[in-house]
Ligand binder design. Structure first.
Ligand SMILES: [Zn+2]
Length: 480
């Protein structure tokens, strides 16, 4: 059954605004744009203009023409359409600098105030809710514990999401309006901005993006759990479901190192160890949505017993479970809680750093294998320690240099995640944002509407600092 049938998609704005002021602003992306929300690839002239500004902006219209090869008339038309859709904006205070028609020298930038995507990351034992702007920046993030029962988790998401969006959307549009006013310009940020484009849901395990379902998630004990259809029914919003590893890769392709669009290996090491491979902007899925399964590749020199019967598998060697047990045994933390280890790493406690650096060395050996197999332009590592201290990636570089046959300069190829502690929220929203960047005209005009809400009964979850300074506790860094 096609998961993203446009006919079944509720129309944005079909409900009137809540007179009590509880409306969520929705600017839903058209469902057809979600149908293949995978590659950040060409979607016509509008997408080319938006992508040029995303990559290099702010840009003058004349420079956009050079970057895209479009005529000045075409750039002018596309730019003005993208501005009216709330995807680009003229930079404040620059309008008077260009008297000529088409304003070729007026810079435009991505409008980060008019639209937001919501991301929900399902993990053990918690959900992460995030609001992410069109540049892939997390503007709000909260965590909520769950009990692992699939029906309860879906009900929790359905209840919590509207309240989260309403609460955070209001704060965001007020703040961005104040920032714009302070900057002295007639910028696009305004009260009522932050229209919601849709909801991206991401989890580990085997995920059928097309069918909108989680096929298998061993740590949660889930099999064949439909996600997209019930959430669409409950919230009335477009929903895109994706596997954790592929979503992380998609986020890097959209907002990370531009070389990732040509050839990317994304390696994730959390509770689970998995990878995603993308070539020319397309993330490989495989026949069973299982491409990128590296859990049972053997890490050279490792001897840990694996549940599969083998020894030295990546999953058995690198899983956070193993390293938490080790941290407890060595007295680094009192109990096996990833948040405690994250805090110890954030505080640069020497024993904790020694542990995570030893793990990074082993991750480096796996990275070396993948580099030799795939020969990517860039290999991104997402794991606990480098989300907080990116310079620790040097340990991975050292092992790649020692073990890879293909590369003499691993520091050019291997890098930490582009997103720091906000990585899970960005990944969860990436499917929605990819659809917008690929098909900008799929965005509808913002309308206020009321999302179904029975109240969460649980109050706000744990707020997570979206752009934390060093030393804050990124509990979500423990994503898996
Ligand atoms: Zn194994």
């Amino acid at each position: 059954m096609p998961a993203h049938s446009p006919a079944r998609q509720p129309l944005a704005g079909q409900h009137p605004p809540d007179p009590r002021g509880g409306a969520v602003r929705v600017a839903a992306v058209d469902a057809t744009a979600l149908a293949e929300a995978d590659p950040a690839r060409s979607g016509g002239s509008a997408a080319a203009v938006l992508r040029a500004v995303l990559d290099h902006g702010p840009l003058a219209r004349a420079t956009i023409g050079q970057a895209t090869g479009l005529s000045s008339a075409a750039v002018s038309r596309q730019t003005s359409d993208l501005i009216s859709l709330g995807l680009l904006r003229d930079l404040p205070g620059t309008q008077q600098a260009a008297p000529r028609a088409g304003r070729p020298h007026v810079p435009v930038d991505v409008d980060t105030a008019s639209h937001l995507a919501c991301g929900v990351h399902i993990a053990v034992p918690m959900l992460t809710f995030g609001l992410v702007d069109l540049r892939g920046r997390v503007v709000a993030q909260e965590e909520v514990d769950h009990d692992g029962d699939p029906a309860h988790v879906l009900a929790l998401i359905s209840r919590y999401l509207p309240d989260f969006v309403r609460r955070r959307q209001g704060a965001y549009s007020d703040a961005s309006y104040r920032a714009s006013a302070t900057a002295g310009g007639g910028g696009a940020a305004r009260p009522g901005g932050g229209g919601l484009l849709g909801v991206g849901v991401v989890s580990g395990g085997l995920v059928d993006a097309r069918g909108g379902a989680i096929l298998e998630h061993a740590p949660l004990g889930w099999r064949d759990v439909p996600i997209a259809a019930p959430l669409r029914a409950a919230t009335g919003l477009p929903v895109h479901v994706e596997g954790h590893a592929r979503a992380l890769a998609q986020a890097e392709i959209l907002f990370g190192d531009p070389r990732a669009r040509h050839g990317l290996v994304h390696l994730f090491a959390g509770h689970v160890v998995d990878a995603a491979i993308a070539l020319e902007g397309t993330v490989l899925r495989g026949q069973r949505s299982a491409a990128g399964g590296v859990a049972h590749l053997r890490i050279p020199g490792a001897t840990e017993q694996c549940a599969c019967g083998g020894r030295g598998c990546a999953q058995a060697t690198l899983s956070e479970r193993v390293w938490l047990a080790r941290a407890v045994a060595e007295g680094v933390i009192p109990r096996p809680d990833i948040r405690l280890l994250a805090a110890a790493v954030a505080a640069r406690e020497p024993a904790a750093l020694a542990l995570v650096r030893a793990r990074l060395r082993l991750i480096g050996r796996l990275a070396a294998l993948l580099i030799d197999m795939i020969d990517p332009e860039v290999l991104v590592v997402t794991e606990l320690a480098t989300l907080q201290w990116p310079e620790l990636i040097a340990d991975v570089h050292a092992e790649v240099a020692a073990h890879s046959r293909a590369r003499s300069a691993p520091e050019r190829v291997v890098r930490p995640s582009s997103f720091g502690p906000g990585v899970l929220a960005v990944a969860a929203a990436a499917g929605i944002l990819a659809a917008v960047h690929r098909s900008p005209r799929s965005v509808r005009a913002p309308l206020a509407r009321t999302l179904p809400s029975q109240g969460t009964g649980a109050g706000p979850g744990r707020a997570v600092t979206a752009r934390p300074s060093r030393g804050t506790l990124p509990a979500t860094a423990a994503g898996r």
